[in-house]
Design a protein around this ligand. Structure first.
Ligand code: IMP
Ligand code: MG
Length: 336
């Protein structure tokens, strides 16, 4: 059993949620713990007929046998968190670190009214930027100060490191994507924290040498929401002709669509220390691949695309997502 970090390689919304859910069912980790910024994230997980848009609870929640944590570095909006816990029925196995930063109503108001954040950067308006700013200024509240959270509080690093010591599998679930990292992304059009694998480990109090695997998730056609440079962006006409149209899970804004960006993917794998990659949306490269579960079912076009990706990034593509459902996936991990 190992410690695996799963991060987004482009600008977020790569389909990490679905990849986490699949890996959880296959690898049966004891803990799935979230890193990343906070409720600005939106993971969509589709199981059967139902699509869940989750912002705080780790998207691995669909796997019922794991405990679900929110790491120390993550911002918690107690209202969003409590609503999701009730909606998803994950009480009793979902926990928050005592030191998580808290998003309050005035953070949300600031995020939405501030000209720079709301207009220039195009933030999600979820209060994350102002709450992280307060945290850095050391004037924000912590989870342990919020009475509504008292039944959920634990020391996340203590629990995770004890589990790893016992040989229990742990997934550290990132959010956002590499291109919107505060450090490495297209500053200032970025989120309010680093989003790379090292940050996700730090968010959970896991030291670098405890991590076994870093899985970087890429979309065949990357997307970006909000403002900022996007070198491979295509016109909305072109993307509509390709049959690609997407809207944000949190903001419902239309997502900008681009072509595969090999240069960014390579840099992203380097900084993340990626050991393997997942490609989502291969059914958009060739519609005949929709729902495939074996590599042999992929068309020549799709296989050539995957080969090209591997040349670009220099690490194996071990998971290929072929549609939105959790069952729409090709898992090559055992064959490597
Ligand atoms: P903020 O994180 O709400 O401050 O937003 C800053 C920028 O990051 C905006 O362009 C957002 O659209 C983008 N962003 C933040 N979180 C996500 C995410 O989970 N997926 C995609 N874009 C995000
Ligand atoms: Mg998202």
């Amino acid at each position: 059993m190992t410690c695996t970090i799963i991060v987004g390689g482009f600008f977020g919304d790569e389909g990490k949620g679905k990849i986490v859910a699949h890996i959880a069912y296959r690898d049966k980790p004891g803990i799935i713990s979230r890193g990343g910024v906070g409720p600005n994230a939106g993971h969509t997980v589709t199981v059967g007929e139902k699509a869940y848009g989750v912002r705080m609870v780790p998207s691995g929640f669909v796997y019922p046998d794991a405990r679900l944590f929110i790491g120390t570095g993550v911002l918690v909006d107690p209202r969003v968190f409590l609503k999701e816990v009730n909606l998803l029925g994950v009480q009793g196995r979902t926990f928050v670190d005592i030191r998580c930063g808290i998003i309050e109503e005035y953070h949300i108001q600031r995020d939405r009214k501030d000209e720079h954040l709301a207009k220039t950067i195009g933030s999600t308006g979820t209060g994350c930027g102002p709450a992280n700013a307060d945290r850095v200024l050391r004037i924000g509240r912590q989870a342990k100060d919020v009475s509504e959270l008292k039944d959920f509080l634990i020391d996340v690093p203590l629990e995770i490191n004890a589990a790893l010591e016992e040989g229990t599998g742990v997934i550290l679930e990132g959010s956002q994507g590499f291109g919107i990292s505060l450090f490495f992304g297209t500053y200032p059009f970025v989120t309010s924290k680093d989003t790379s694998a090292s940050q996700i480990a730090a968010d959970n109090g896991v030291g670098p040498i405890r991590v076994d695997d870093v899985l970087v998730v890429f979309k065949a056609y990357p997307t970006r929401v909000g403002e900022g440079p996007f070198s491979t962006e295509m016109s909305s006409e072109t993307s509509k002709n390709l049959g690609i149209e997407e809207f944000g899970t949190v903001t419902h804004r239309p997502r900008r669509i681009g072509e595969w960006d090999g240069k960014l993917a390579k840099y992203s794998v380097m900084v993340n220390g990626g050991t393997q990659a997942a490609i989502t949306g291969i059914d958009r490269v060739d519609h005949t691949c929709f729902g495939a579960t074996r590599y042999e079912q992929l068309s020549k076009t799709a296989r050539e695309f995957i080969d090209g990706v591997e040349v670009d990034i220099g690490i194996p593509v071990s998971l290929i997502s072929t549609g939105p459902d959790i069952s729409h996936i090709i898992d090559l991990r055992e064959e490597q």
